[in-house]
Design a protein around this ligand. Structure first.
Ligand SMILES: C[S@@+](CC[C@H](N)C(=O)[O-])C[C@H]1O[C@@H](n2cnc3c(N)ncnc32)[C@H](O)[C@@H]1O
Length: 366
């Protein structure tokens, strides 16, 4: 094994510190930009290398003591050693870099990152695994279960449920523990940041849109909060349990379709008055498929809001959508403090309309 002293220059999306060793990038987890560290090189490739932190020689002023005794071993969190304000700076920078490098936007119109009011104790659900009476999460480096008594990023109610589960004999399997009751379908994980996201979307909408398509709607988190602003709202999701939940308390304006966005979105856009249509897409981490992107480019709605939990796939899709759309604003949100994940909301508008309104200037706050 090779030991080297390195200066960490940046922290890349995914959470690893980046240094240079003779021109080659070296990725080192649990380090912070500005630090000098000793690293054990564990993997060496032509273009880059990976290392494990051995010692912090010069710590960053942003280095703090992690709250969790499992931090560094558990596969969940990557940033507990970094002060919360600096986590926000890093995530905002990583989102911007993805937009520049992959999204091909020379000056991304970034808005200030929306923080989580709770940097710990925010997760309203966790999934733990049980095997041979070990109950917890998988380790970060090997596929091995770690016994976990408490997860500090989860809400107190979730930790109470974990304590209850652990109190008895636990059958092997997976257990999702939730702070809220409700249908077992996708739900946003951080209540306060999810509400801030819905509020942001409501502000972006101009009021001139009459019809809302909520693609990947889940149980209708966005459409239900926004229905009052529209004459008609249609949600699409292929999870029929989520659609059933959305239909349950749906008002007269709301309709929910159990189907694949790949097949449903194109015809829905084609038969809509695009001049008064708003489209929200909130796909899984894989982003939009080529067919979905084509459907949007063939029938571009007046306003589009792309919500994403994965900056690289978001930026890839935005690069293609820019054939027709202008990017008016990009807002990162810290839905998942202490982890490397980043949520973003991007406001897009067909280029001709955006230019006519001078909107590129008008919309960007910071
Ligand atoms: C990130 S969640 C968003 C849920 C919702 N917007 C919310 O805030 O609760 C992604 C959703 O997309 C759905 N989904 C994934 N791929 C899909 C597809 N090809 N067609 C329809 N729904 C899909 C999943 O069932 C899941 O509910």
């Amino acid at each position: 094994m090779r030991h080297v002293d390195l200066k960490i220059e940046d922290v890349a999306f995914g959470g690893k510190g980046v240094a240079r060793d003779g021109g080659k990038a070296v990725f080192v987890p649990f380090t912070i930009d500005g630090e000098r560290v000793t690293t054990n090189i564990t993997r060496e490739k032509k273009q880059f290398a990976e290392g494990e932190l051995v010692e912090v020689l010069e710590p960053s002023t942003h280095r703090v003591t992690p709250e969790c005794p499992y931090f560094g071993h558990c596969g969940g969190c990557s940033y507990q050693h970094i002060s919360y304000p600096h986590q926000l700076e890093l995530k905002a920078r990583q989102a911007e870099q993805a937009m520049r490098r992959i999204g091909k936007i020379s000056e991304p119109p970034m808005r200030t990152i929306i923080p989580s009011p709770l940097p710990y104790g925010y997760r309203n659900r966790i999934t733990v695994h049980a095997q041979d009476n070990v109950v917890g999460f998988y380790r970060r480096d090997v596929h091995q279960l770690m016994d976990i008594e408490r997860c500090p990023i989860a809400m107190p109610e979730v930790n109470d449920a974990l304590a209850q589960l652990r109190a008895g004999r636990v059958r092997d399997g997976h257990y999702t523990l939730r702070a809220h009751s409700g249908p077992r379908v996708f739900a946003q994980t951080n209540d306060a940041v999810a509400e801030a996201l819905a509020k942001l979307i409501a502000e972006i909408l101009t009021g001139e849109e009459k019809f809302l398509i909520d693609a990947f709607c889940g149980a209708g988190f966005f459409s239900k909060r926004l229905a009052a602003q529209f004459e008609r709202v249609v949600g699409i999701d292929w999870d029929r349990f989520a659609i059933e939940a959305a239909q349950k308390d749906a008002g007269a304006k709301e309709a929910y379709v159990a189907g694949d966005v790949t097949t449903e979105l194109g015809w829905l856009l084609q038969q809509s008055d695009l001049t008064s249509t708003a489209l929200i897409v909130d796909p899984p981490a894989t982003g939009l498929s080529a067919e979905m992107r084509r459907a949007i480019l063939e029938a571009p709605p007046r306003t589009m809001i792309y919500v994403s939990c994965n900056p690289p796939t978001l930026a890839r899709d935005i690069a293609e959508l820019q054939q027709l759309f202008s990017v008016l604003s990009i807002t990162p949100l810290d839905m998942f403090p202490q982890t490397a994940e980043i949520e973003c909301a991007v406001h897009l508008q067909p280029r001709l309309e955006a230019e006519a309104l001078g909107a590129g200037q008008r919309d960007v706050r910071s």
